[in-house]
Write a protein that binds this ligand. Sequence first.
Ligand code: NAD
Length: 332
Amino acid sequence: MYQITLIPGDGIGPEISAATKEVLAATGVDIRWEEKLAGEVAYSKFGRLLPEDTLLSIRKNKIALKGPLTTPVGTGFRSVNVALRKEFDLYINLRPARTYRGVKSRYDNVDLVVVRENTEDLYAGIEHMVGEDAAESIKIITRKGSERIVRFAFEYAVREGRKKVTAVHKANIMKCTDGLFLNTARRVAEEFPQIEFEDRIVDNMCMQLVQKPELYDVMVLPNLYGDIVSDLCAGLVGGLGMAPGANIGKDIAIFEPVHGSAPKHAGQNKANPSAMIFSAVMMLRHLGEMEASAKVENALAEVISEGCAVTYDLGGASSTSEMAMAVIDKMR
Ligand code: NAD
């Protein structure tokens, strides 16, 4: 039995979370959900975007599945997602991007994995004004931070039967910071002779991904490049609506769709639950439930490729719950 924290989230979050729960229940994996609040709903109930009770539950269970959260704009609140990453030192942002038949995209055979460093780089947020007309931001890259993310990328490649890891950087210009990242990557690569290793300068990488995505496999990047390149990869496979993600630390992992809370669709039972269900697929793999995860992934892929029971954004007319039911029927 697994006890897992579920944060349904804001906007369309509760609907796609309910659909995902139904699908997971049909796998037979024994999951006890501990539902906790965060985001706008938590703020309206407790006056806190990230209540202590929610943090305690994640710390205790070590695994959470999270819907999207609305970040209030212009109110001085920091993003709850960033706060969660910091609180639990979730240094890995893992975002697979692959094409599924039935989803409109430019390529048919994309199967990429972005491993983004989640805690350092310009995202450390150390910046200030220099007088009135200039601003300065400090880019932090450490040997420890680089080593642990690159090591994860290689261990992931070995575990998932992947062939190649590409380190992405701009070390030709940022010789200290990106140079440290690249040199660390080269050193860690020597410990994994069974996995091919190469590096690419980030601008060239973007062009190559748009022209020849089939040449790449697992990519490992510092925070900022990882942020940008992972959206590029999501675009290659049909957009954010299909993209799952995970934030992983030493002993805690939070799985979540990449998209936001889509407030204009909230409460209408029309949002696409795919990204949330694929995030749950990643969670099952993380738990070692390989059979159940493959079952859900294959069933969802089939429903998407048939195109009969899919939501409006995939060209169908089904509701969130109808699409989830179709996935459950396929699993049976
Ligand atoms: P969004 O991802 O919510 O929406 C972008 C577009 O995609 C909209 O047209 C939306 O209707 C559509 N869309 C998104 N998910 C969909 C789904 N599952 N099915 C069908 N259509 C879908 O991005 P946004 O509008 O920029 O942000 C809305 C709110 O979400 C903001 O408050 C933002 O801060 C927050 N947000 C949260 C997260 C997160 O919690 N991880 C991520 C991104 C944005």
